[in-house]
Design a protein around this ligand. Structure first.
Ligand SMILES: O=C(O)CCC(=O)C(=O)O
Length: 189
C-alpha cells in the first residue's frame, strides 16, 4: 500500500490512502453514520461551556477509557484489528467524530496528554467527505503549516513528537459538504 510521509521538524506522520478499500469503506460509513449513538460534546471555552461544532462517540473498556465509554462493537473491534496489524501498535480506545456538513469543524488543538501520555501514537481513519486537515507548529513559526487531505478510507498515523509540538485543525467550509466520520484510535495508559 503506498504511504506518504512528510519532512517537517518534530512531525512524524504516515498517511496511507485506500487503507480501507472503497466498498468496505462505504459499508463502514453507512453503518457508523446510522448506528452510532452520536452525542453533542460540551467543552469549556474561557469562562463558558460551549457545544463543539461536531458530534462525538467514545468507545473503550470502562477500566481503561472510563465510565462514559461505550463498549467495543464487533465493527469497531474489527477496524481496530486492521489498524493494529498495519501499524504494529496497540490501541484500547477510539473517539469518533461526526462532521455533519461544512459548518462542523475542530478548532486548533493538540490532544490532551493526561490519559494518553507524552508523545502518543494516534491512528486516524476517515470515512465519507474528504476534508483538509491542517497542522501548525506550536512554537517554531518558521516550520510553516501543513495541509493534507484525508479521504474516504485513509489511515493517518501521528507519532513521535507530533502531538507535543504541533496543533491540528479541521476548518469549516462554505462549500456543500457531505458528512465525514473520523475515528482516532488511542492507547489510554
Ligand atoms: O477529524 C479529524 O480528522 C481530527 C479529529 C481530532 O482532531 C480529534 O479528535 O482530536
Amino acid at each position: 500500500m503506498p504511504k506518504k510521509e512528510y519532512d517537517l521538524p518534530d512531525l512524524e506522520l504516515m498517511q496511507c490512502d485506500g487503507f480501507i478499500p472503497k466498498e468496505e469503506a462505504d459499508s463502514y460509513y453507512t453503518s457508523l453514520l446510522h448506528t452510532t449513538p452520536w452525542r453533542e460534546y460540551a467543552m469549556p471555552m474561557y469562562d463558558k461551556i460551549v457545544t463543539a461544532p461536531r458530534m462525538v462517540a467514545w468507545y473503550g473498556s470502562a477500566e481503561e477509557a472510563g465510565e462514559k465509554a461505550l463498549p467495543w462493537t464487533p465493527e469497531l473491534s474489527a477496524l481496530r484489528e486492521k489498524v493494529v496489524k498495519e501499524t504494529g501498535l496497540e490501541f484500547n480506545a477510539v473517539l469518533l467524530n461526526l462532521y455533519r456538513n461544512g459548518n462542523d469543524s475542530v478548532a486548533w488543538h493538540s490532544d490532551r496528554e493526561h490519559l494518553i501520555g507524552s508523545n502518543p501514537c494516534i491512528a486516524s481513519v476517515t470515512f465519507g467527505q474528504t476534508r483538509p486537515f491542517r497542522f501548525r507548529h506550536k512554537s517554531d513559526k518558521d516550520a510553516g503549516q501543513l495541509e493534507i487531505l484525508l479521504h474516504h478510507g485513509t489511515l493517518l498515523l501521528m507519532s513521535g513528537t507530533t502531538n507535543t509540538y504541533w496543533e491540528h485543525h479541521i476548518p469549516k467550509s462554505a462549500k456543500d459538504m457531505l458528512p465525514r466520520i473520523n475515528l482516532t484510535f488511542r492507547l489510554i495508559k
